[in-house]
Ligand binder design. Structure first.
Ligand SMILES: [Zn+2]
Length: 298
């Protein structure tokens, strides 16, 4: 019988769904499972362990877990995770004790960026940032191929202030780009123009291309604050590339491309993400430690 190749388990925890996959050495998905995520603590832990148990085989090395919220980079402590009641959970200990596998926990944007950066191969050296556009706005940084956390939670790019008198943000400040350029903000712009709630960004782009001024104005109002935030990122860190990802990443990249050329100093080295929904689970697999890594660092 042919020997199974070495593999790692990637888990991408979303606000509504949990994706899990066995990932091969070449980033390929060997097997996958997608389920509604259990939002309560005990249910989540049981679900996580069951998914790992279903996907693992004797050649599985470790587990990577992407969390939709703030994860402290050094300790891997979960500080917040949206609607999921999993803050403070020690996932590395839980999985090591119950499944015997080493674990790496990162926020979901970091995992997605690890996968996107891997596609760049040698071009992934230097500083690469990612901004994810979904219900909210997330961010991540990798420096020379490794997650960069600053003092612990660097990469909260949704909370770059772009409007001093803008809407209140959940972080306690006003006018964060998340309040103006997220999917939630787009929904508010759409209903503000009396378009049907649930009108998709892709639909707005098609209408704008066909010359509809209302759709064009909505997209400009949605993308302009994001451009200001991206210019701030360039002013601060001058990254080699900013990947625009998340569920609405392709649409935001297209909306940014429609804006009139900027007059300022800061050009935008942006590119739309290439892996779509699979980025998080592939990146989680790539970030998973190998069993011998644990022995070395223990
Ligand atoms: Zn904020």
């Amino acid at each position: 019988m042919r020997e199974e190749p070495e593999n790692r388990i990637g888990i991408d925890v979303g606000g509504t769904r949990i994706r899990a996959a066995r990932i091969g050495a070449g980033s390929q998905i060997l097997s996958r499972l997608v389920e509604p995520v259990q939002p309560d603590r005990d249910g989540f832990c049981a679900q996580l362990l069951r998914l790992i148990d279903t996907l693992r085989n004797p050649r599985s090395q470790g587990v990577g877990i992407g969390i939709p919220g703030r994860v402290e980079g050094g300790t891997q402590r979960i500080l917040s995770a949206g609607y999921l009641d999993i803050a403070g959970l020690d996932l590395p200990r839980l999985v090591a004790e119950r499944a015997g596998l080493p674990v790496r926990v990162e926020n979901d944007a970091t995992m997605a960026l690890i996968a996107e950066a891997a596609l760049l191969g040698q071009d992934a050296s230097g500083l690469i940032l990612m901004v994810t556009i979904g219900t909210g706005i997330g961010g991540a940084a990798v420096l020379d191929g490794k997650p960069w956390h600053g003092g612990g939670i660097a990469g909260q790019f949704g909370h770059i202030t772009v409007a001093a008198d803008g809407p209140m943000c959940k972080c306690g400040r006003r006018g964060c780009v998340e309040t103006l350029s997220s999917g939630t903000a787009l929904g508010r712009l759409v209903t503000g123009e009396d378009l049907p709630a649930g009108t998709l960004a892709a639909e707005l782009l098609a209408r704008a291309e066909a010359g509809d001024p209302v759709a064009s104005a909505i997209l400009a109002d949605w993308a302009e604050p994001m451009r200001r935030a991206l210019e701030t990122l360039v002013a601060v860190a001058d990254p080699k590339l900013i990947v625009i990802g998340g569920g609405l990443g392709a649409e935001m990249a297209a909306a940014l491309a429609r804006l009139p050329a900027g007059q300022g100093w800061f050009g935008l080295p942006i590119a739309a993400a290439r892996l779509g929904d699979d980025a998080g689970v592939i990146g989680a697999g790539l970030a998973a430690p190998a069993r011998e890594d644990r022995a070395r660092t223990a």
